[in-house]
Design a protein around this ligand. Structure first.
Ligand code: 13P
Length: 247
């Protein structure tokens, strides 16, 4: 039985004050229905790690460098994140692929760097609206998965998040049927990749997950949780999604 996982991706939002108040509300509620992690911006990570110490809420970063260390101005190494107390890191988010030109090869290198540092990667895959309309959605996500995972030295702790680009921040959500169909396909592709235990891996859905659509998404047999953007910035909404995941 796979345990549910709900991850907050706060993206480039927040201040020290808002992080304190949001985490205060989440910690007071102490959600246990599902595993929970929050991914603040780099500059709020150490505040979040300190606040969540000793709680059931884990902390992750939104990205990491492909390199272990060195002359990479502005980059943050996975080992630095692990040293800070992070447990997870998101790699391959579509906003990184879209705005920073990240290729599957770079995502693979980041994933390897994360695993080498002892972080559990959350690998994001997903197709654009044009790709879905052209009937290419399954081929696109399969290529993203294979590109990031084949040849990886170890895939310990890996979680995959399916985030259709057309559903991110748009208010459009994949229907539970569309999401389930893709999650079942992801599990099929994952089963062929050496080192992956596809039956045990949590598969998260992301893209306009809200309190009013979360329960129906989580009813699908291959949807094990969510990667939540906008709704994760409002404690009540995020906690309601966590509750739905554990129901
Ligand atoms: P929204 O929930 O705001 O659509 O964002 C989804 C996402 O990109 C999470 O990583």
């Amino acid at each position: 039985m796979r345990r549910s996982l709900v991850v907050a991706n706060w993206k480039m939002h927040g201040s020290r004050a808002s992080v304190e108040s949001l985490l205060g509300e989440l910690l007071a509620a102490a959600p246990t229905a599902a595993d929970v992690a929050v991914c603040p911006s780099f500059v709020h990570l150490s505040q979040a790690v300190a606040a969540c110490a000793g709680s059931a809420i884990g902390v992750g970063a939104q990205d990491c460098s492909h390199a272990a260390s060195g002359a990479y101005t502005g980059e943050v190494a996975a080992a630095m994140l692990a040293d800070l107390g992070c447990e997870r890191v998101i790699v391959g988010h579509s906003e990184r692929r879209q705005y920073h030109g990240e290729s599957d090869a770079l995502v693979a290198a980041k994933l390897n760097a994360a695993v080498a540092a002892g972080l559990a990667p959350i690998l994001c895959v997903g197709e654009t609206r044009e790709q879905r309309e052209a009937g290419e959605a399954q081929a696109v996500v399969a290529a993203q998965l294979r590109g990031a995972l084949e040849g990886a030295a170890s895939l310990d702790g890996l979680v995959v998040a399916y985030e259709p680009v057309w559903a991110i921040g748009t208010g459009l959500t994949a229907t539970p049927g569309q999401a389930q169909e893709m999650h079942a396909w992801l599990r099929e592709v994952l089963a062929e990749i050496p080192g992956v235990d596809a039956g045990q891996m949590p598969l998260l859905y992301g893209g306009s997950v809200k309190p009013d659509n979360a329960a129906s998404l989580f009813e699908a047999p291959d949807i094990d949780g969510a990667l939540v953007g906008g709704a994760s910035l409002v404690a009540g909404e995020f906690l309601s999604i966590v509750g739905a995941a554990g129901a």
